[in-house]
Design a protein around this ligand. Structure first.
Ligand SMILES: Cc1cc2nc3c(=O)[nH]c(=O)nc-3n(C[C@H](O)[C@H](O)[C@H](O)COP(=O)(O)O)c2cc1C
Length: 511
């Protein structure tokens, strides 16, 4: 039986800065406990005709403003909260009415155009499913396309059907959701003919959507053959899988992507088989992605896709010494994806986007995209297309709602009329570390009204910083010694209350 709060809901109207800060902090915490149920009981139970599940999902996926627009929280006033009574969350019902009271009501904002050309192909928005389990059959792809995904990169097609292991997946968790994800899956387990029939049917039935054939040959003849078949079935584009990190046969996947000569040879083989736009999908399991990327472009690739998964292991059960993702007691190095890999993906994207020889080459970015904010970051660093797998595996195709809504509202607020204006707009902010400003400093700024007196900033500064903070146990308050502070801002990063911000940048005092 779920625990239900009997507190009445107060309508909160004034949007003071304090309230906005509080909302930004508390709402996501409430929503993070939501189980994101299928056929959500809370929505079914709502006697006011609201959709609390969609509201919580929007908050969860960083679209609080969108949630506030579409959820009329005033209707929750004086409600007994049947939505909470039926909530199956194991540690007590989600406080839906509290979330509603914090949400406020906002006017409908404008929306910018999300349509964009990618490698000369028109896309209704920048969001594609990436090649993986999430795009591995007709029904799956059809339902994703109906729900609003602009395109699918179909599960990699080869001329052989691989023998797969069981289990194939492992997850690392942070606050109840995947922080990282490991998989040991290879390419499609349908036959080549079955796969091309599925692609042909998808293109026939969804002519305005973008169908991308991901392919992997074992030699030049196979690459050329698969490229030809992709074009014959009506695909709009081809993505070459030069990047799967755990193929059970040597010389495939990442073995190709780490060898610029092989990348060039296989890209040229694909080019011989097709006039379609060709993407080279790159592996992050190397130090300089630009090298194989340049080789692919010189050999005829029209665009680049990155990143595929990162070689990884996921720990051991210390009782049995059995590894994570254990297959009959043993595991193997395999691909890591999801939230944890986003910083690594962004690094490779910006390396390629900043590479002179790749200037103007379209990039499709992926690796840890979950919310519209993640997508906006990839786009700002040079991607004109964004692909997703792991968060769809965890939450389903429905995350497309908030990807689209959040991104188009953000662009509108930024005064951009279309998503193309965002592409690469942040690239100038990335430079070499020797080019960074080392003459000025930004001290932390403490907001006493938000400080909860936990002393975490003090502990971290004492044990990992420059001992610039003092902590008074009686008043549970901290004091900064500006003479010792170097502005590293570890205190800000560990503060659980959002009470520490940055101050103005000022010249460093010279000794
Ligand atoms: C279960 C699983 C299967 C995958 N299969 C393929 C594949 O067949 N071909 C391919 O190019 N990439 C494959 N990938 C990699 C994804 O397309 C993507 O590059 C990677 O997971 C990073 O994106 P994400 O963090 O959104 O998952 C797979 C990933 C996962 C998790």
């Amino acid at each position: 039986m779920a625990i239900v709060s009997s507190e009445p809901v107060r309508a909160e109207s004034a949007e003071s800065p304090e309230k906005l800060k509080y909302r930004a902090r508390i709402l996501p915490q409430i929503a993070s406990r939501c189980l994101i149920c299928e056929a959500p009981p809370c929505t079914d139970a709502c006697s006011r005709g609201l959709d609390p599940a969609a509201m919580l999902r929007s908050v969860r996926f960083d679209n609080i403003a969108g949630a506030a627009e579409s959820f009329d929280a005033s209707l929750c006033r004086d409600c007994a909260g049947s939505c909470e009574t039926v909530c199956p969350a194991p540690c007590g019902a989600i406080e839906i009415r509290r979330a509603a009271s914090l949400l406020g009501r906002s006017e409908r904002r404008g929306r910018a155009d999300l349509s964009i050309e990618f490698c000369g192909v028109k896309c209704e928005n920048p969001f594609f499913l990436s090649s993986s389990v999430v795009a591995s059959g007709y029904e799956m792809c059809a339902s994703a396309l109906r729900m609003g995904w602009a395109g699918i990169v179909y599960k990699t097609i080869g001329c052989f059907v691989p023998e797969e292991v069981s289990p194939r997946f492992d997850a690392l968790y942070g606050s109840g959701s995947f922080s990282g994800f490991r998989n040991l899956e290879q390419i499609s387990d349908h036959t080549t003919d079955e796969n091309f029939e599925i692609l042909a049917r998808l293109k026939r039935e969804f002519p305005t959507k973008v169908i991308v054939a991901s392919i992997m040959g074992r030699n030049e003849e196979e690459w050329t053959y698969l490229a030809k078949r992709s074009e014959e079935c009506g695909a709009d584009m081809i993505e070459c899988n030069f990047s799967c990190p755990h193929m059970s046969v040597h010389g495939l996947g990442a073995d190709v992507g780490t060898d610029p000569e092989l990348v060039a040879a296989y890209t040229a083989a694909v080019r011989r088989g097709t006039g379609l736009p060709v993407l080279a999908k790159m592996t992050p399991n190397l130090s300089h992605m630009e090298l194989p990327a340049v080789a692919a472009v010189r050999a005829g690739a029209d665009g680049l896709a990155a990143i595929n998964t990162i070689k990884s292991l996921s720990g051991l059960d210390l009782e049995s010494l059995e590894p994570g993702l254990s297959v009959s007691g043993r595991s193997a190095v395999s691909g890591y994806s999801g939230k944890a890999v986003k910083p690594i993906a962004l690094r490779f994207i910006s390396d390629m986007a900043n590479c002179t020889e790749l200037s103007g080459v379209p990039i499709s970015g992926m690796g840890g995209v979950e919310s519209w904010r993640d997508a906006a970051e990839f786009i700002s660093l040079g991607c004109s297309n964004v692909q997703v797998t792991t968060s769809v595996m965890e939450y389903g195709y429905r995350i497309i709602d908030d990807l689209i809504d959040g991104l188009s509202a953000y662009l509108y607020e930024k005064g951009m009329s279309n998503v193309g204006e965002l592409v690469g707009s942040a690239l100038g902010t990335i430079c070499r570390s020797d080019e960074l400003d080392r003459e000025t400093v930004e001290y932390p700024k403490f907001d006493r009204s938000l400080c909860v007196g936990c002393g975490r900033c003090y502990v971290s500064c004492r044990d990992a910083g420059h001992q610039a903070l003092g902590f008074d146990r009686l008043s549970r308050s901290v004091r900064l010694d500006p003479k010792k502070c170097v502005g590293c801002q570890l205190c800000r990063l560990v503060c659980p209350a959002g009470a520490i911000t940055k101050s103005k940048r000022i010249p460093k005092k010279k000794l």
